[in-house]
Design a protein around this ligand. Structure first.
Ligand code: PLP
Length: 437
């Protein structure tokens, strides 16, 4: 038999356990403990939590298991779902994570191409669907080529080291995602950090960086903690003036920002000025997993030779490739999906502002309700759940100390009624805890 877990014996193991327990206690004491709620249904606007939270969901909207998938067009397949827990904290911006066609594409890919490759790409892990998806991603972004990774975290970990040498410089927004920060840490280029979206500071740093061979400005297209959008037009102008390249991480933009959902570069009219895009397949594009880099062909060719997370990690599983590929088909067939979210975002932002809350960012479906205090964010989120609204409090170290918030994320498949229920719950809970007068 396998028995239960075995604790390692010895003084070093005991000392480690004690140290870890004390560190965990510190996190609890600081009120920044992150606990995970367990979902017992599919991802969607309405959920059922394990242990009975929320009402059951009907077919298509998050129902568990093997019910047959409804044959109704996007986004109507969610509308028959009775209200249970309403989910406002997924990156499921377009509601594609449980879209029937996306699920069907995954099942077909699984059946035809198997569970996985048991290999990295360059040994025996490249299938026709991987090549097709890379071609589709490049076409979607109007770039020359694309390369898949297991995640965008990996894409960010792989690019800077492969591209930049000690002769080069990278200029990074101070609030860039952790994976960009880590990717930059791994490279040997000269590092400059500019103040968040501060073009004056970026210009100063670009001037300092003139002595290097190559300059790369790296920024999130949309910042996930604040819901603000990088001033890409200005960044590209400065890049042109100081002969720099521009890299954007589009995880919170791909699929829904811009007239055709191409992202921040399309929204701001600079598709021909941004050289490199990294993004994820794990948010709007079906939500399974995976990431990619898209850009000039020689760069993609180099990444296939040199990028460590690509070279030394398994190929994306066929089912995951199937999901993303179908999500991109849906987006390229019509821009209706990409456009479907803006009015809902506007409804939430204006109603919450009228209620007296401060919502960070502008026009983005990430709507951070700014509260300041970590405990307040945490207890309010718990109380929201009691009212059937699933939101999460964010506090240090995910956001700076004193800037705790509840991050609400709007999805194309939320109904107006869902949004109004969320605003009502916030108003009640905010009054109860003194966040509103
Ligand atoms: N970049 C940004 C801006 C993100 O928000 C995330 C995910 O949270 C990532 C990168 C990592 O993406 P993935 O989940 O595909 O690793």
């Amino acid at each position: 038999g396998t028995g239960g877990p075995r604790a390692a014996s010895g003084a070093a193991a005991a000392q480690l356990r004690q140290r870890l327990e004390s560190e965990l206690e510190d996190i609890r004491g600081a009120g920044t403990w992150k606990s995970e709620r367990v979902i017992a249904s599919r991802q969607g606007p309405h959920l059922r939590l394990a242990g009975g939270g929320g009402g059951a969901c009907e077919a298509g909207g998050g129902g568990e298991g093997s019910r047959s998938l409804p044959q109704v067009p996007f986004p109507c397949f969610y509308l028959s779902v009775p209200a249970g827990i309403i989910n406002f904290c997924a990156n499921n911006y377009l509601g594609l994570s449980s879209h029937p066609e996306v699920i069907r594409a995954a099942v077909e890919a699984l059946e035809k191409f198997g569970a996985g490759l048991s290999s990295v790409r360059f040994i025996c892990g490249t299938q026709s669907i991987h090549k097709d998806l890379e071609e589709k991603i490049a076409r979607f972004h109007q770039r020359e080529d694309a390369i898949l990774y297991a995640s965008c975290f990996d894409a960010n970990a792989g690019i800077f080291e492969a591209l930049l040498t000690p002769e080069d410089a990278v200029l990074s927004d101070e609030l860039n995602h952790a994976s960009i920060i880590d990717g930059i840490r791994l490279c040997k280029a000269n590092k400059y950090r500019y103040k968040h979206m501060d073009m004056h500071d970026l210009e100063t740093k670009l001037q300092e960086a003139q002595k290097h061979r190559l300059r790369l400005v790296a920024t999130d297209g949309a910042f996930s903690m604040d819901g603000d959008i990088a001033p890409l037009r200005e960044i590209c102008q400065l890049a042109q003036k100081y002969d720099a390249l521009v890299f954007i991480d589009e995880c919170h933009a791909t699929g829904f920002l811009g007239p055709n959902g191409r992202g921040t570069d399309e929204l701001l009219g600079v598709m021909d000025k941004v050289t490199i895009i990294n993004s994820t397949l794990g948010k709007a594009l079906g939500g399974a997993a995976g990431g990619y880099t898209t850009g000039p062909k020689p760069l993609i060719d180099l990444l296939r030779q040199r990028s460590r997370p690509y070279l030394f990690s398994n190929s994306l599983p066929p089912a995951v490739v199937g999901c993303a590929s179908k999500a991109l088909d849906l987006l390229m067939e019509s821009n209706a999906i990409a456009q479907s979210m803006a009015a809902k975002t506007q409804r939430f932002r204006s109603k919450m502002t009228a209620a007296g809350f401060t919502i960070s960012g502008k026009d983005h479906p990430i709507c951070p309700v700014m509260l300041g205090d970590a405990r307040l964010a945490s207890v309010m989120a718990e109380d929201m759940l009691k009212r059937g609204i699933y939101v999460i409090g964010f506090s240090y170290p995910v956001v700076p100390k004193g800037k705790a918030r509840i991050r609400v994320q709007i999805s194309a498949v939320h109904s107006d009624e869902d949004i109004d229920r969320c605003v009502e719950a916030f108003t009640e809970v905010g009054r109860k805890h003194g966040a509103l007068p």
